[in-house]
Design a protein around this ligand. Structure first.
Ligand code: GDP
Ligand code: MG
Length: 600
């Protein structure tokens, strides 16, 4: 144990700028993993992550590196999730480091997450080493990228490193720079134990395994410890260090070291990222490292099994997922239209998609998912305030004083030629203009304040398509603002369809109602009878359309003797039925529940 030879660092980057590729290259060059074990992108080890090319869950890896000065160093690479939904986790994993490699794709330049992540790293006081990646590409422009980093972030780039994570050129210099430029952890072994939890996962044999950075003192196997925020006490059954794919037991983890610990912890909600571990006997006098923050769900949706028989399986699956995902929340939701299901809360849209996909893939569930909504705050006549996480729960305007909705500060980065169309888009979505700034001659940053509800519809996709894929964005919550919001109900065949209700601005109710009824007409299959579709605010119908009845001869046509064709048609109908819920007498397919997300 020699703290002066430890370096704790992370890699921050905009998506696709080469974080995982560089991490793999570092592991390979330090021979942390054998060549033959080298799977592409080792650090992203969930299927889903690999498919989407994003990092969701953070991981850590310990490397032994023989530097040019002839000394061995321990390099702990702590991987951070690269998405705005997980900002708190990002900030906690940064807090476990002394330095960061800031990877910027030299053929792309600075993007929204480059900046957002750098600010988080600066807030944690990290030493930042700019790394200009992808120099093997013909389009790489080192000078322009360095200048952009300097002008946007104010980070000195005279000593920026250039590399190709793909070919390996320049990566040896990065290892040297980590040793030379990132400070070693402070030697605080004599102080009382304080360890920061920066990640955890659930294991059915050992319970929750927590990943920790020891900030001061030491933690030994057998120690009685206490988690400051949760208040729970455990025995550290085992502690050790982390290499990819393997955990190596150790006697102790000391100040400055990174590793794991477990000890009969039942659920990740008892061992939250951001919590501080101290020795049990000293828990009253030793203070936590920082205020622990509870992750707050900002997006909600309903999850219903297509087959009512899968309700129990859905509950068990959600419980299992929650063991590994403390930010996931759910409670039973029952409606006459949808039957039994759950109202689930997520940190953001990506988080929601990840959970849905895992439920369907890993637990083999067929789900109907209702459109995501934000949480509204409703000031009631009696002076109380209630949270509304489902549009159908918004009470009639006679019972309330006002409705407030969450706002975000939104920043878009784009080549200047798209600024006009992106500002138009933001304005369309009730955005309030804040600022436009030139980052370089060619690229601008545009800031707006906007209701979160407008961002979680298809804003990201719209921004991408209007900018031909070139723009990027980041947003953060800035609090609640009152607006003239109303509940827009949908009636199908004269029956209220609560899962299709929306909360919209009064000025937009007519337009949304018209577009939504039109869209539903396309998405809901024809029935044997005519189906009226209506959008209403209270008793007042604001828009309507109807689905004309199915022609009686759809099947009759097939009677020409071709039995197999008729069979195929029926099979097709049966398949189509899989993802449907009956609202009254009408079968409504999954797409209809999401219709509001792409009206434009
Ligand atoms: P991440 O999202 O930041 O983790 O980015 P990845 O490491 O997954 O890289 C995104 C894409 O860029 C992948 O297709 C990589 O193969 C590619 N890439 C990464 N580094 C380089 C590089 O130095 N040169 C080239 N040409 N491609 C690279
Ligand atoms: Mg990656």
């Amino acid at each position: 144990y020699e703290p002066s030879r430890i370096r704790n660092f992370c890699i921050i980057a905009h998506i696709d700028h080469g974080k995982s590729t560089l991490a793999d290259r570092l592991l390979q060059m330090t021979k942390t993993v054998e060549e033959r074990e080298m799977k592409q992108q080792l650090l992203d080890n969930m299927d889903l992550e690999r498919e989407r090319g994003i990092t969701i869950k953070l991981q850590a890896a310990r490397m032994n590196y023989l530097a040019k000065d002839g000394e061995w160093y321990v390099l702990n690479l702590i991987d951070t999730p690269g998405h705005v939904d997980f900002t708190y986790e990002v900030s906690r994993s940064l807090a476990a480091c002394e330095g960061a490699l800031l990877v910027v794709d030299a053929s792309q330049g600075v993007e929204a997450q480059t900046i957002a992540n750098t600010y988080l790293a600066l807030a944690s006081d990290l030493e930042i080493i700019p790394v200009l990646n992808k120099i093997d590409l013909p389009g790489a422009d080192l000078d322009a990228t360095a200048q952009e980093v300097e002008s946007t972030i104010g980070l000195d780039c005279t000593d920026a490193l250039a590399c190709s994570a793909k070919t390996g050129v320049g990566v040896a210099e990065i290892l040297e720079a980590i040793v030379a430029r990132i400070p070693p952890p402070a030697a605080r072994l004599d102080e009382p134990l304080r360890a920061l939890i920066f990640d955890s996962y659930y294991d059915s044999y050992r319970g929750v395994v927590v990943f920790i950075r020891v900030v001061s003192g030491q933690i030994c196997a057998g120690d009685k410890v206490r988690f400051k925020a949760s208040g729970k006490a455990y025995e550290a059954l085992e502690v050790g260090t982390l290499t990819p794919g393997a955990e190596k037991p150790a006697e102790a983890l000391r100040a400055g070291e990174v590793g794991y610990m477990y000890g009969g912890i039942k659920s990740v909600s008892d061992a939250r990222v951001g919590d501080t571990i101290v020795l049990n006997k000293a828990h009253e006098e030793v203070e936590a490292l920082a205020d622990y923050m509870e992750p707050i769900p900002v997006v909600y949706c309903g999850l219903f099994p297509v087959e009512t028989t899968q309700y129990q399986l859905l509950r068990e699956s959600l419980e299992k997922l929650q063991l590994n995902d403390a930010a996931l929340s759910f409670e039973p939701e029952t409606s006459s239209a949808m039957g039994f299901g759950f109202r689930c809360g997520f940190l953001g849209l990506l988080h929601m998609e990840i959970v849905q996909e895992r439920l369907e893939r890993e637990y083999d569930l067929d789900l109907i998912v209702t459109a995501p909504t934000v949480v509204y705050k409703v000031q009631m006549n009696d002076g109380s305030e209630i949270d509304v996480d489902s549009p159908s729960k918004l009470v009639d305007s006679s019972e309330r004083v006002s409705v407030s909705e969450p706002y975000v500060a939104l920043e878009m980065f784009t080549p200047k030629e798209y600024s006009g169309t992106l500002m138009e888009l933001a304005q369309d979505r009730r955005g309030e203009y804040v600022d436009l700034k030139f980052l370089t001659e060619k690229r601008v940053s545009i800031k707006y304040e906007m209701p979160l509800a407008e961002v979680i519809t298809d804003f990201f996709d719209a921004m991408k398509s209007r900018s031909k894929g070139y723009a990027s964005m980041e947003y953060s919550m800035i609090g609640y603002r009152p607006n003239d919001l109303v509940r827009l109900d949908i009636l199908i065949n004269g029956e209220l369809a609560p899962p299709l209700a929306n909360i919209v601005h009064r000025d937009a109710a007519f337009t949304v109602g018209k577009a939504l009824t039109k869209k539903l007409k396309e998405l809901i299959p024809r029935q044997m009878f005519k189906v009226p579709l209506q959008a209403a605010i209270g008793q007042k119908i604001v828009a309507s359309s109807s689905i004309s009845p199915m022609r009686k001869d759809v099947l009759a046509k097939c009677y020409g003797g071709d039995v197999s064709r008729k069979k195929k048609l029926l099979q097709k109908q049966a398949k189509g039925k899989k993802r449907m819920k009956a609202i009254g007498r009408v079968n409504v397919p999954q797409e209809a529940f999401m219709a509001v997300l792409n009206l434009k």
